[in-house]
Design a protein around this ligand. Sequence first.
Ligand code: B12
Length: 457
Amino acid sequence: MLKDASMSKNILLINPWIYDFAAYDFWLKPLGLLYIGSLLRANNHKISYIDCLDSHNPLMLHKSGKPPKRHAYGHGQFFRKVIDKPDCLKVLPRNYCRYGIDPDIFRTELGRYLDTDIVLVTSMMTYWYPGVFDAIKIIKETLPGVPVILGGKYASLCYDHALVHSGADFVVRGRGEKQILKLLQKHFDEDIIFDPDVDDLDALPYPAFDLINRIDQLPMITSLGCPYRCSYCSSRLFYKKYLRRDPVLVANEIEHWQKNYGVTDFSFYDDALLVDPEGMIIPLLEEIKRRNVSCRFHCPNGLHLRQIDERLSKLLYESGFKTIRFGFETADFLLQKETGGKVQNEELSKAVIHLKNAGYKTDDIGIYLLCGIPGQKTADVTNSIDFVRQCGAKPVLAEYSPIPGTKMWTAALLASPFDIQHEPLYHNNSLLSCRNDDFSYEIYSKLKAKLKMLTKE
Ligand code: B12
């Protein structure tokens, strides 16, 4: 029996701040939280949203008088304020900042939702937990007695830490759709009205992007999970199966956001967007072309190189893929095998030729190189940089962030001079927490500066 709609809850979604040495809005949106929001709306709840990272927050714009610099493609700076560093991060002589709106503005925003029944807070990087804790503390002060549910990446990867320290009433680990419905049913006596098969990604309602204050870009996923098992990556911890959507339905969604909300920039959050191109990217882009939907696409998360051939390169270029980054990680054959075997050197050189023939320039082709993995030598990083440059692409250093539960975690525990087991702040990629005598922080910094000079030329 269905309950009266008036029995549904007022649910407030919160995307907390980031506290870090550096943070740039590289097409960053709380996609998982907004997926949960739309599912709850389909279950008759009233959903509201506060984004502590909103660079267009009107109160904050008024207060600061200086808007963060934004790029036409929908990425750019956040509001930023230097804050005290947690003691354990004092080893790094860099400013530590809060990115996002000021806490007093967050309090004011919360004041608009005093009738809230439940607050849902998301979390991203494990080492961003202090922003999450501060948000929960302020929610508890402003909305006393209202239960707070925490989910997301930090909550999942550092579940015990979150249970003890976060201040949330409930902590949810892993995919949230089923769990949140059950939690609302069990603890708040709410009926489940719409309970889709969460393995069918097309059965989920579109994320509640309409709640975003000013949409400058939107993230999309065409799949969850990854067929590869790279040792540094946590994808398999979240997704046992590699789930894909129907490309035509992805095109429908892109067209929906473009036609009804005027969105032109889309970022793909997939772990494996290009795998089996005939199964997704080719039919998707052909469908978009056929419908005359004109968009720009960005892939801040690394793409797989193996699939890049003449046809796909042309299609990506012609379809408006402006920002393309590929995960290469290292030019060392043994290390490639050890970390996951997803790509080899010849595949990079061939891919770059195809991409250039299609129209991309050296600077457009960003190649992520993993640096600071346990036991890695400086020579490996410099050789990899040289190889990428010889191929005619742009090396981009991706500093290793150790993630609990991954295959590389045990090696990271042994290699790190920091207590990464008990303190997630040490997972911060800026800290280079698995540095060693050969690949020290100083060497890394010099390399990074040199690379900046070289790629500026
Ligand atoms: C897109 C992406 C990025 C984007 C931005 C993403 C963002 N929004 O912040 C960019 C490119 C900027 C990025 C950068 C980095 N990333 Co990244 N990224 C991702 C990626 C691929 C997708 C995240 C996502 O949206 N997933 C899809 C949504 C649907 O899933 P979800 O968020 O988990 O949400 C579900 C659940 O968590 C839950 N849930 C979420 N919120 C809530 C709330 C409640 C209340 C409940 C109940 C449930 C719930 O339900 C949701 C639906 O099922 C993930 C890997 C992955 N596949 O998830 C890595 C990942 C988060 N990134 C990771 C890493 C390592 C990095 C980098 C450090 C890489 C590097 N060396 O440069 C940088 C760090 C940047 C920085 N400034 O520090 C790691 C995490 C590291 C860590 N220690 O936490 C991940 C897990 C990948 C990995 N290697 O394993 N990343």
